[in-house]
Ligand binder design. Structure first.
Ligand code: HEC
Ligand code: HEC
Ligand code: HEC
Ligand code: HEC
Length: 256
């Protein structure tokens, strides 16, 4: 709610802010007319003049080559966001298996090409525009995070499989590596046993949403294309892969 009010203020008050109009696509209907259709959510049309939608993120030719060969950039049309992001830290978070050395590993870094508020939404291959920044919902703004800060967000960029294997926390796991069923030893469900998102009608597997088969990213909870997230029950569900109701998303992984 708060976000919508802020967005409404932005439409009235700030030219440079994202002018948010309500997306007409509901959950699961795809990227067209969703929040990730820039014509809808940011009120900007494709600079090529062909009324494209994918072009804001992908290009069939001349895509970027990421700085690191290991980076993920599926025909990425946008700049390579090379910022260093501050990772989540906590005494109870299993940091021994945390570090890939990059809190924004995998798709997370792609999200950040808009959501850290440093690269304009209309800046993509064929468009040098720097007109429209994402000012709310970015991960560099007040109340959300500061200076490329992911430390107050749900942890990403860590090895989910290693944590779920239960080998990291000796207080909880005494029989590491021998579990044959999910839930057996740990407080995180094992994703290599076919674990699916709760109440997701498409039975999406958590393992299929881990980068390189193991790293948790933004895409482990969200579907950027508005396609594999919950269909129907919630009109606006933040693109999450399991319902908000009864915190089904959280309980997909957390044994709580
Ligand atoms: C707002 C940005 C954005 C838009 C718009 C977008 N994509 Fe993507 N796309 C991504 C991101 C980010 C990924 C990385 C994988 C992920 O996050 O799930 C991706 C991955 C992909 C992939 C490779 C992985 C997979 O899921 O198969 C394909 C193919 C793809 N997109 C096609 C499209 C097409 C076709 C369109 C337009 C109809 C489109 N995308 C629109 C952001 C976008
Ligand atoms: C091309 C720029 C762009 C990219 C890339 C992008 N987003 Fe967004 N995203 C937006 C815009 C614009 C909005 C709508 C405006 C707003 O909410 O401030 C938005 C909104 C959202 C929302 C809010 C949805 C809602 O229901 O209100 C979520 C969640 C989200 N994005 C997640 C992601 C994730 C996860 C990725 C990467 C996998 C990603 N985005 C990549 C531009 C982008
Ligand atoms: C553990 C699951 C999870 C992960 C990982 C995750 N999100 Fe979210 N995200 C959510 C949920 C759930 C919501 C809805 C929050 C609410 O209901 O208030 C949300 C909301 C959002 C929103 C819209 C509201 C807001 O607070 O700004 C954006 C944008 C967003 N996420 C982007 C991202 C990006 C970018 C990443 C990666 C850095 C990411 N999310 C990682 C679960 C997740
Ligand atoms: C895809 C699986 C997955 C989903 C979905 C998910 N989490 Fe997590 N979450 C994890 C993993 C794995 C960790 C790291 C666990 C650890 O080492 O303590 C974690 C860490 C956390 C932590 C930090 C724990 C600490 O010790 O600091 C909290 C709190 C948390 N999650 C809450 C949530 C909530 C609330 C939701 C729903 C909005 C959610 N998670 C959704 C997998 C998930």
């Amino acid at each position: 709610m708060k976000k919508r009010i802020l967005a409404a203020v932005a439409i009235v008050g700030l030219n440079a802010a994202v002018a948010y109009s309500a997306p007409t696509a509901t959950a699961g209907q795809g990227v067209l007319n969703s929040v990730h259709d820039m014509r809808v959510s940011a009120n900007i049309t494709d600079i090529g003049g062909n009324d494209r939608v994918c072009a804001f993120c992908h290009t069939p030719h001349h895509a970027i080559k990421p700085a690191a060969a290991s980076s993920y950039a599926p025909l990425w049309s946008r700049m390579d966001d090379q910022q260093t992001f501050v990772a989540y830290q906590s005494a109870t978070f299993d940091s021994t298996v945390y570090s890939t050395g990059d809190a924004a590993a995998g798709p997370t870094r792609l999200c950040m090409t808009c959501h850290d508020g440093s690269i304009a939404l209309d800046q993509h291959y064929g468009s040098a525009n720097t007109g429209t920044m994402l000012t709310n919902d970015n991960f560099g703004g007040p109340g959300v995070g500061v200076n490329k800060d992911l430390s107050n967000d749900h942890p990403v960029g860590f090895d989910y499989m290693a944590i779920a294997a239960g080998c990291g926390d000796s207080n909880i796991c005494t029989t590491a590596g021998t579990a044959t069923t999910p839930d057996q030893y740990n407080y995180i469900r094992k994703a290599d046993q076919g674990l699916t998102y709760r109440d997701n009608p498409a039975n999406i597997k958590v393992a299929d949403r881990l980068y390189n088969g193991s790293i948790m990213t933004c895409a482990t909870c969200h579907d950027v294309h508005n396609k594999k997230n919950l269909q129907g029950a919630e009109t606006m569900n933040y693109l999450v892969l399991a319902p908000q109701k009864d915190s089904a998303l959280c309980l997909t992984c957390h044994i709580k």
